[in-house]
Each structure stands twice: as structure tokens, then as C-alpha cells.
Design a protein around this ligand. Structure first.
Ligand code: EPU
Length: 375
């Protein structure tokens, strides 16, 4: 059993995909639950705030760093347990790498996570954001989430209903101080069919199977390969040789607006000749009648081109929804660019964009415009 080692002044830029941000006042890697309890008691005795970090692929850390102690969950362990002939429960500890888990499930022909291939990050972060892509969300297959309640240090197993999942949201995101995610269990379908709900993925698979002169439904391995190729083409897998690699994936969520508001956006796009036909405006009607618009599309049509450079930062050259760091910059500069992008979309379309990554070490809403006197 390893023992808790608390370090001081640890630079968080080295631990985040954006490669930005100041130092953690204190820092520790957490390899098991006993170590987590020890670290929490250490912090509580000193009245220090605790921040939990996963793989650092969906965070923006402030230039001032993070006060208190930052705990990076590195707990490992995956188990597969057949529940019936059709359902297998896969339990993974929070510190497991997400994509390795997806790969292992696909290799065992377990359906339910295949469209979530290639997403950077750790398992423990996935229920927090309700990670989703290409027609799947983790909420579709989560059976339960094991958490530690911070105030009592009690362990609980939460049902999906208790997790309060929504589009890129959950009870964990709403109350970040309440729980620490310890492990996630997924109910996957043994030899199940892949999820083919996302037009771009279905089209890519149709092209692939045509060239292979196959007509049957693609298998999970083929779906995984297609998703990886789509993500790579958008710089949405971490590749050390990619100029867009320093990012947090989508910087904004896709805005969900009323049907009336969506209609106004569509009319505006047609009037301004941003599209030839109203149908060309990407949108995803939601079950409650609201409409999800594509933030990347709005950003580009608001005049912010892919590849735009702004000091040490810019817009990804492959996807307008990802802001990227080109090295040597500060988080404050990233936020200036992010506010500029949001402002343009608001001015052109009257739509507010919300940020997607988690912000650490900021006292005020990082997207609020600074006062004219610079305060
Ligand atoms: N689009 C543009 N310009 C762009 C990017 C996109 O016009 O620069 C248009 C596309 O042509 C398409 C629409 O916007 O019509 C949607 O684009 P895309 O399929 O790339 O997906 P997205 O809505 O931008 C979301 C997720 C991604 C996920 C993809 C695929 C959010 C915030 N993002 O992006 O997730 O991989 O769908 O399912 O929901 C992430 O959360 O970090 C992430 C990468």
C-alpha cells in the first residue's frame, strides 16, 4: 500500500491539456480510498479547500493557481460482471483512463460506450459532465455511481435518477462541493448493436462499409474506428503532433433555446444569406420542444473563422468550438478570446453561449466582462 505524499506549489499547467494555469498550493495523487480519506482529513484539520482533478482535459486553471489542496484521483481497477446473458456490468475506478475503458469494452463486444471513443480524460469525470458524443451519453449506460459525501466522509451508491443527468450536466456539476466520484458502473449490452443515431457517424460508416462491399450493420470495432477518425479530423483526440492539441475540446456547450428563438436564428441566417435554405441550419429538436443549436456553427457564421489567432491563443483550425493555446500564454488571455467569441455570437444571433470546461481557482465568473476601469 502506498502512502499519502503531499507536495506544495505544484504547477497545474503540467497536468492540464490546455497547459495553462498557476500552481496548486498543495497537491497529492490519490491511489486508493484510504489515501483519499487521509487527504480529506488533512485538509479539514487545516480548514483548506479541496479541489479534485481528474486527467485535466476539461479544465481551465486560473493564472493565480488554486488555493488549498488539489487531489488528482489516480485510483485504478476495472471489473466485468455478467448480470444476465445480455447485460454485463463494468465497474471502473475514477482514475482509470476513459478511452482505455472504452477500448476494453469494445474488444469484449460490449455495446453502449462505442460512440464515446477517443474522448480524453478519466472515468470519474464522465458522470460529472455527462460526457457525450456521436449519439451517446454516459447517462444512457450508467448503472450507478459510487461517491464519497465530503461532509460526512460516507460512501454512497447513487442511482442514475439520483445523479440528475442532463445535457453536459449532472447533480455533481450543480453541487461540486458535495461528492467525490469514486467509481462508475456501466450496464453494457453483450454482443449488442452499436448506437447509430448521429448522421455524420452513420454517413462515415456507410462510406466505409461500401468501400469494403459489406452490407451488414457495422460492428462495435468499426464504429469505434469511425468515431476515432471523425474526432481526429476535428483535432478532438489528443495528439502530440497536432497544432490544436492544447485545448479542452468544446469550449462552449451547444445552446438549448426555445423553438421560437431557434426560428428567429434560422430566419436571420437565411436573411443574411449565411445559408441557402433554412434546413441548412444545424439544429437538434429536444423532447421537451426546445431546440439545441450548434455552437460551432454559430461561432463560424458570426464571423469567427477556424484557425483565427489571437496572441498565444486561437480558434482550432479544425473546429470552431474548440479554443486552443499555442504555447506561452496565460489563462486571462484565453478568457479575453472566449468573451470575444461569446460577445460576437450574442451580437449576431442574440444567443448566449455557456462554457463547457470546469474553471478552477477563479473567484468571479470568468466569462463576466471586466469593468471599464479594469477591475
Ligand atoms: N460546425 C460548423 N463549424 C464548426 C464546427 C461545427 O459549422 O467549426 C457545424 C457542423 O457542420 C455540424 C454542427 O456544427 O453541422 C455540429 O458539429 P459537430 O458534429 O462537430 O458537433 P458539435 O455539436 O460541435 C458536439 C459535442 C462534442 C462531440 C460532437 C459529436 C458539445 C459541446 N460538443 O460537438 O463533444 O464530440 O458533438 O457528437 O456538445 C466536447 O464536449 O468536448 C466534445 C468534443
Amino acid at each position: 500500500m502506498s502512502s499519502l505524499r503531499i507536495e506544495s506549489a505544484v504547477l497545474l499547467s503540467k497536468l492540464t491539456s490546455f497547459e495553462l494555469g498557476g500552481a496548486a498550493e498543495h497537491f497529492a495523487r490519490i491511489d486508493d480510498d484510504a489515501m483519499l480519506l487521509e487527504a480529506l482529513r488533512w485538509a479539514s484539520a487545516r480548514k483548506l479547500p479541496v479541489t479534485v482533478l481528474g486527467a485535466g482535459s476539461n479544465v481551465v486553471v486560473s493564472d493565480r493557481g488554486v488555493a488549498g489542496i488539489v487531489l488528482q484521483l489516480t485510483t485504478r481497477g476495472v471489473t466485468f460482471q455478467a448480470q444476465s446473458a445480455d447485460i454485463v456490468h463494468v465497474r471502473a475506478c475514477a482514475g482509470e483512463a476513459w478511452d482505455a475503458l472504452v477500448e476494453a469494452c469494445v474488444a469484449r463486444d460490449l455495446a453502449g460506450l462505442e460512440c464515446l471513443s477517443g474522448i480524453p480524460g478519466s472515468v470519474g469525470a464522465t458522470p460529472i459532465q455527462n460526457v457525450g458524443a456521436y449519439g451517446q451519453e454516459v447517462a444512457d449506460s450508467i448503472a450507478s455511481v459510487e461517491v464519497l459525501e465530503r461532509s460526512t466522509l460516507q460512501r454512497h451508491t447513487l442511482s442514475p435518477a439520483q445523479c440528475g443527468f442532463s445535457y453536459r450536466g449532472s447533480a455533481f456539476k450543480q453541487q461540486p462541493e458535495r461528492y467525490i466520484v469514486l467509481a462508475v458502473s456501466f450496464a453494457l449490452r453483450a454482443h449488442g448493436a452499436p448506437t447509430l443515431r448521429y448522421a455524420e457517424l452513420s454517413q462515415a460508416l456507410a462510406r466505409q462499409t461500401q468501400t469494403q462491399t459489406q452490407t451488414q450493420t457495422p460492428n462495435l470495432l468499426q464504429v469505434r474506428a469511425s468515431v476515432l477518425a471523425l474526432r481526429r479530423a476535428k483535432s478532438m483526440v489528443i495528439d502530440p503532433s497536432d497544432e490544436n492539441r492544447r485545448s479542452a475540446g468544446s469550449f462552449f456547450t451547444n445552446p438549448v433555446v426555445s423553438a421560437a428563438r431557434a426560428q428567429e436564428v434560422i430566419q436571420l441566417a437565411v436573411q443574411q444569406q449565411l445559408v441557402a435554405r433554412a434546413e441548412d441550419v444545424p439544429r437538434y429538436p429536444q423532447p421537451d420542444g426546445s431546440v439545441k443549436l450548434a455552437a460551432g456553427w454559430l461561432i463560424e457564421r458570426a464571423g469567427i473563422q477556424k484557425g483565427l489567432r489571437h496572441g498565444h491563443f486561437g480558434v482550432s483550425s479544425r473546429h470552431a468550438l474548440a479554443l486552443v493555446h499555442h504555447g506561452g500564454g496565460k489563462s486571462a488571455e484565453l478568457l479575453t478570446l472566449a468573451r470575444m467569441v461569446a460577445r460576437r455570437v450574442r451580437e449576431v444571433f442574440g444567443v448566449d453561449l455557456a462554457v463547457e470546461p470546469v474553471f478552477l481557482g477563479f473567484d468571479v465568473d470568468p466569462m463576466s466582462e471586466p469593468a471599464a476601469d479594469g477591475t
